[in-house]
Design a protein around this ligand. Sequence first.
Ligand SMILES: NC(=O)c1ccc[n+]([C@@H]2O[C@H](COP(=O)([O-])OP(=O)(O)OC[C@H]3O[C@@H](n4cnc5c(N)ncnc54)[C@H](O)[C@@H]3O)[C@@H](O)[C@H]2O)c1
Length: 250
Amino acid sequence: MTERRTAVVTGGGSGIGRAISLRLAEDGFATAVLDLNEEAAESVAAEARQKGHEATAFKVDVSDRAAVEAGLDQVRSTYGPILVLVNNAGITGFKEFMKITDAVWDRIVAVNLSGPFYCTQAAVPDMIEAGWGRIVNISSSSAQSGQQYMVHYVSTKAGLVGFTKSLALELGPKGITVNTIPPGFVDTPMLRASEERGLLGGTVDHHADLTPVRRPGRPEDIANAASFLISEEAGYITGQVIGVNGGRNT
Ligand SMILES: NC(=O)c1ccc[n+]([C@@H]2O[C@H](COP(=O)([O-])OP(=O)(O)OC[C@H]3O[C@@H](n4cnc5c(N)ncnc54)[C@H](O)[C@@H]3O)[C@@H](O)[C@H]2O)c1
């Protein structure tokens, strides 16, 4: 492994991606906070720097292959080879199946599934060269349970589970692990927006009461698991689905 380790977190400007970015910076990674929302990414990178860590924001739309390649080149020239990639950027959707248009379907697939494909293809050569790498894909517990009116979203997240399992087989011999964390019910701007639109079938508090650990997830819960999967100690864990959901799905 090279001495300096660079981590890329997509969708690092908010919620789960923000917590993962701050945690990896704290863990000692030079952290590239990628987001479509440049201001949000910059505020996360600045927060990490204020704590004495290394982090830089990059504006990238993960659904655009050329932008991803250019963005990761910029990361490389700032920090060196990319050895850790967290594919976290995602968008949600809520529509009756027969009302999902091609445009809505295509956009959610582009961000949630093609995004990780483009980012991973752009980062993996560095990991192969180093003989070490870590990829963590943020899927969703809805891929375990199914979710009404979210066929498009859940299809992308289930796709990411298959992506993880298959890629792990290919990259294991090269020293690279690939795992997925399917979060469930984590208190982020995405979850609160769904609550406000009445899409949760009850409030966040109501769902917390139905959750075995009796609270919503915190972005830090996902960051803790990601940090472990990225650590040296997790080198024998690959191709796995590591649920972090308060016991809502097993
Ligand atoms: N919050 C939950 O309970 C929950 C549950 C299951 C899965 N997830 C997944 O976790 C991930 C993070 O979700 P969150 O709740 O933190 O959401 P969030 O909306 O708070 O943050 C998502 C971030 O991704 C960025 N983003 C969106 N499209 C992008 C694009 N094309 N390119 C680059 N960045 C883009 C947004 O700007 C935002 O900063 C998502 O993949 C989501 O599907 C969340």
